[in-house]
Design a protein around this ligand. Structure first.
Ligand code: UD1
Ligand code: MG
Length: 450
């Protein structure tokens, strides 16, 4: 298979790996070292699922975010140094055909990504401190994604979708979604930031989700690197085209192995490798029994990092496939999020000190549920997604288990130890990623031509 460009350089990738190891060590050391400082600043929480009530430092995601962002800033000169060098080399040889435009563009992409990550940190931290109501905090990721979208617009402004084969009769091969496409991308950041935050509450849950998603993204990126041995066979299923992504660049010049495609996935690695580093370091302290809590700061920053790479490296659809458990949890949560079913402050499973296990937690109806709510809950209960407590004389539902994936596991697997439940969650996340790869590189070939 001919490659359009000679094997592209991978500037800064080794540096990025080195900084990621540093990120791991820094998180490992700084999280416990700063714990007392957080408690003194009243950033602390009680572990709801334990017998003891010692204060645990909360929102230590701020430490993770700081390490992550600082390292990303220190990293800036590395990938760009070589481009600058080759530019000045070309200039010295009187070759002015290659302006500094690509460099400016890459910098814009990088800096706008940092800006979005910083806004996510700020939002997350404010949420930790002030407990912002969720309808107030919902629009903030939308705004935080504007810099990303502007850079996207300035680069190509490609808002075309490749239409799946069965629908081509209706829409043609390429469909221009225009402004809708930007709406989709800004909603993506709202989803990735919030969906991790609402799949939370047991030790290790937030950080393990982020870790597994980041590793999945890294594996996907590695598929696109110019390896000396060609083991990219699954990609043949997509023929010679780049990501058949909504808005993925889709034009003839974008062959697999092209410099542009490789550099997009290298960009994604720059942001994912250090994230894995901080997650691993933090996980050590957040693992059962947790000595540190991530807080909303962690969830927002990790979520935003995923949006950043999904949008900037043009693989948002593949990215969403890595969020299958989060999508499931979000859809299941909708009746509670949108007010059909009462939504208590905490929906975490219930802890029973005698058995030392977790049981599904319940939410109580103070007034009899409406017809619609009753219908929805009955359907969910038939699907074993919730368990209802029904008044035997009146037949009215007066309790149901909270609509989360964690309670869903407990309803179907029986009571579990907290550590076991987080392991179940992690296995589900891994299984979701495996399925994602099958869908992306196996089944996509069926609905898109190669
Ligand atoms: C989200 C969930 C909420 C869940 C909470 C747990 C929705 C709509 N919101 O709210 O149902 O109860 O996360 O994080 O689904 N905690 C533990 N063990 C842990 C992690 C957290 O007990 O391993 C507790 C601690 O008391 C901690 C608190 O959860 O202080 C943090 O909750 P917070 O992140 O503020 O909750 P939300 O994100 O608002
Ligand atoms: Mg939270």
């Amino acid at each position: 298979r001919p490659l359009l460009d000679p094997v592209p350089p991978l500037p800064g990738l080794y540096t990025s790996v080195g900084l990621s190891i540093y990120a791991f060590l820094a998180a490992l050391y700084m999280i416990p070292a700063l714990g007392p400082t957080f408690i003194k600043a009243n950033l602390k929480g009680r572990d709801l699922l334990k017998t003891y009530s010692d204060p645990i430092p909360e929102s230590q995601g701020l430490v993770c975010a700081s390490i992550y962002i600082i390292l990303l800033i220190i990293f800036i000169p590395f990938p760009f140094a070589r481009t600058v060098a080759s530019l000045s080399h070309a200039e010295a040889n009187g070759d002015s055909s290659r302006g500094s435009e690509p460099l400016h563009h890459q910098l814009a992409v990088y800096l706008s990504s940092l800006l979005s990550l910083m806004m996510a940190t700020m939002l997350g931290f404010l949420d930790d401190v002030f407990d912002i109501r969720w309808r107030h905090k919902l629009p903030i990721p939308l705004i935080a994604s504007i810099p990303l979208l502007m850079v996207y617009f300035a680069e190509s402004g490609n808002t075309h979708v490749v239409v799946p084969l069965p629908l081509r009769g209706l829409f043609g091969v390429l469909l221009n979604l225009g402004p809708l496409y930007y709406l989709y991308m800004s909603l993506l950041s709202t989803f990735t930031t919030n969906s991790i935050n609402i799949l939370a509450g047991i030790n290790g849950s937030e950080v393990s989700q982020a870790l597994i998603i980041a590793i999945s993204v890294i594996i996907n990126d590695l598929l696109y690197l110019p390896w000396p041995v060609d083991f990219r066979i699954p990609l043949h299923l997509l023929g010679n085209k780049a990501e058949v992504d909504i808005g993925g660049e889709w034009h003839a010049g974008m062959a697999y192995g092209s410099q542009e495609l490789v550099s997009r996935h290298v960009f994604s690695l720059y942001f994912m490798l250090p994230l894995v580093g901080v997650c691993l370091g933090f996980m050590y302290h957040n693992w059962y029994p947790a000595r540190a809590f991530p807080g909303d700061t962690f969830c927002y920053v990790a979520g935003m990092a995923f949006s950043v790479v999904g949008i900037q490296a043009h693989f948002s659809k593949t990215l969403l496939l890595f969020f299958l458990p989060q999508i499931f949890n979000f859809v299941l949560s909708c009746p509670q999020l949108f007010g059909l079913v009462p939504n208590p402050r905490h929906r975490v499973p219930r802890f029973d000190a005698d058995t030392n296990k977790l049981y599904p937690s319940k939410t109580m109806f103070l007034r009899p549920p409406s017809r619609l709510t009753t219908l929805v809950l009955r359907i969910l209960s038939v699907l074993r997604l919730t368990e209802l407590t029904i008044n035997s004389t009146t037949g009215v539902i007066h309790e149901c288990t909270n609509l989360t994936i964690l309670n869903f596991f407990l309803v179907n697997l029986g009571p579990l130890h907290e550590k076991r439940l987080v392991q179940v969650l992690m296995c589900t996340q891994v299984a979701g990623s495996v399925l994602a790869f099958v869908v992306r590189y196996g089944l996509a070939g069926l609905v898109y031509d190669g």
